[in-house]
Design a binder for this molecule. Structure first.
Ligand code: N01
Length: 541
């Protein structure tokens, strides 16, 4: 069995960054990647129209000034192929591929308490022994597929947005269905509508969306950002969500309606996802949120010609951004096309799939291609897929039966020497995830360095620290509007999933301070041990 210092699971943005950083400590590091390519979600979500909704300059690694200077983003919001090119460029430039094993899915990880090492087993039976085990499996990587009666009888092709096929999907002249109107459904709708003979979008919940205002990056913009990149990064690191601009510190309720209108108009035309920062209290106060939601509803309504379709597409019933809003490029206007139809699943639910298409309570819709843009088992799906067996044979699934419990989102009591990157209990999906990834990986690299320098065997989150952190995560969530609606932030996206608030909503800056404080206090909330606890217990028995 190969002996490693660090074994990382997943070769997406987080896994590659962890490999680069930890290899820099002189450690023997290997990455296992289940797919036949690197890039994680950016490898799999290759649907038409897929692009980032954080600006390219910010949705990129900050660890190498040379990389920052030499990479040239072509658009304000990069497309999936461009992001995948960037990821591959990084892998080549930093010679990462030699330590990545593709087509290698971890099925089991078992902690050997006596040795303070993890035994990792792949689906094909190969095994590795490693001192540290780092999960970089992503928060939106386990797809969620509905299972309608008759689904397997459908005669055309069924595709999930998050498992887009490698072959070219030709929509020309085809009758296409998209089920789901989150970011994926909203991004692909305008693109597919231009090719398909007919497109039906099945909507269960109308979602808020802000126009991307996407544009090519000019040479001048590129030069300006590159000349001031450090300042831009500092801004992102110190912002609530890791975006590269300053949030407004005013309350939406402390200004005149005219002034608010001006601010919202500017945010609508430029800020995309950052609209939620137009005033500091949009996600904290319902009356403040109402002002934003009312503005956005008005704007969306003005884009849609047909009054019945407008009524259905304008989001109602949840505060703006309490569910993840989209950043779109012509989504609502697409419903003004003659070949596009909105099917309201609240009015006419799907009864069954047939060989020809989808039968709703209203009628039979005939299709050649059906796309599930139905999202993911978020945050915990990929962490709980493999059997992770910690101390005393307890699995992570057992431990998280009532919802994820972590110390600072990175460590779990009973699972020594295991680290989680951008998992539950960290800002994760409430942040520009690139900022969160780099922050956590630098922190965990310092932890491993401390362990190695001290000749230590084991670190482990303390149960009382975990309880306090989970309580703090909940406390911060209770200050917000996130808990006022169902979403994947609180486990509502999968039937039977524990209904707890998953990410840390206190912002990336505040989160970083917790990480820094923990390290400064000698990793408070963790036990750092010279010998494995199991051995010490035995010796003193
Ligand atoms: O998934 P979602 P997504 N029958 O969960 C509907 C990131 N992302 O893939 O809301 C019918 O948001 C569901 O309806 P409802 C981003 O963080 C980023 O679109 O549950 N409908 C909803 O409309 C995003 O938030 C980019 O009522 C069903 C939709 O499917 C996250 O990924 C691009 C259904 C799922 O929406 C996930 O986005 C794309 C069913 N059985 C994604 N089940 C960037 O730009 C679910 N739905 C970076």
């Amino acid at each position: 069995m190969e002996q490693l210092d660090v074994l990382i699971i997943g070769a997406g943005f987080a896994g590659l960054r962890a490999l680069y950083r930890l290899r820099g400590l002189g450690k023997r590091v290997v990455v296992l990647e289940a797919s036949d390519g690197i890039g994680g979600v950016w490898y799999h979500n290759a649907y038409p129209g897929a692009r980032c909704d954080v600006e390219s300059f910010d949705y990129s690694y900050s660890f190498s000034p040379e990389l920052e200077q030499e990479w040239r983003w072509s658009e304000r919001y990069a497309t999936q192929p461009e992001i995948l090119r960037y990821i591959n460029h990084v892998a080549d430039r930093f010679e990462l591929r030699k330590d990545i094993l593709l087509n290698t899915r971890m099925s089991k990880a078992t902690y050997d308490e006596e040795a303070a090492r993890w035994i990792i087993t792949a689906e094909d039976g190969r095994q590795w022994s490693t001192h540290y085990f780092v999960m970089c499996v992503g928060q939106l990587s386990t797809t969620k597929r509905p299972n309608y009666p008759g689904q397997s009888t459908f005669g055309g092709e069924i595709i999930h947005s998050g498992e887009w096929p490698k072959h070219k999907v030709d929509f020309v002249g085809k009758r296409v269905a998209i089920i789901g109107t989150g970011s994926s459904g909203m991004q692909m709708t305008p693109v597919i509508a231009k090719q398909a003979s007919h497109l039906t979008v099945f909507q269960r919940t109308a979602n808020f969306s802000i126009p991307a205002a996407n544009a090519p990056v000019t040479d001048e913009e590129d030069a300006t950002v590159k000349a001031n990149y450090r300042a831009r990064r500092e801004q992102a690191w110190n912002s609530p969500t890791g975006l590269g601009f300053k949030p407004n510190r005013q309350s939406a309720l402390d200004v005149t309606p005219e002034e608010r209108e001006k601010v919202y108009e500017a945010a609508w035309n430029r800020w995309g996802f950052g609209f939620a920062l137009a005033y500091y209290d949009i996600l904290l106060s319902k009356p403040a949120n109402d002002t934003a939601a009312e503005f956005i509803r008005r704007k969306i309504g003005a884009l849609i010609d047909d009054p019945v379709t407008r009524e259905k597409l304008v989001p109602q019933g949840h505060p703006f951004a309490a569910r993840r809003p989209s950043v779109d490029s012509g989504y609502f206007q697409t419903f003004n096309r003659n070949n596009v139809e909105l099917a309201d699943l609240k009015e006419y639910p799907i009864l069954e799939f047939t060989p020809k298409g989808i039968r709703t309570a209203e009628k039979l819709h005939e299709f050649d291609i059906i796309i599930f843009a139905t999202g993911f088992d978020a945050f915990t799906g990929s962490l709980l897929k493999p059997a992770i067996v910690g101390r005393d044979g307890v699995t992570l699934k057992d431990k998280w039966g009532a919802g994820p419990i972590t110390q600072l989102g990175v460590g779990v009591a009973g699972f020594p020497n295991m680290l989680i990157v951008v998992g539950p209990g960290s800002p994760s999906l409430l942040s520009n995830v690139m900022v969160s990834i780099e922050e956590q990986i630098d922190w965990l690299a310092d932890l491993i360095k401390t362990m190695e320098e001290g000749g230590l065997a084991e670190f482990e989150a303390l149960p009382e620290a975990e309880r306090a952190w989970v309580e703090h995560v909940n406390e911060r969530a209770r200050e917000t509007l996130y808990l006022t609606t169902n979403s994947y932030y609180n486990g509502a996206e999968v039937a039977g999933k524990p209904r707890v608030f998953m990410p840390y909503s206190g912002g990336v800056r505040s989160y970083r301070r917790f990480l820094q404080q923990c390290a400064a206090e000698g990793y408070s909330g963790f036990a750092l041990r010279a010998a494995p606890a199991a051995k010490t217990r035995k010796a003193s028995a």
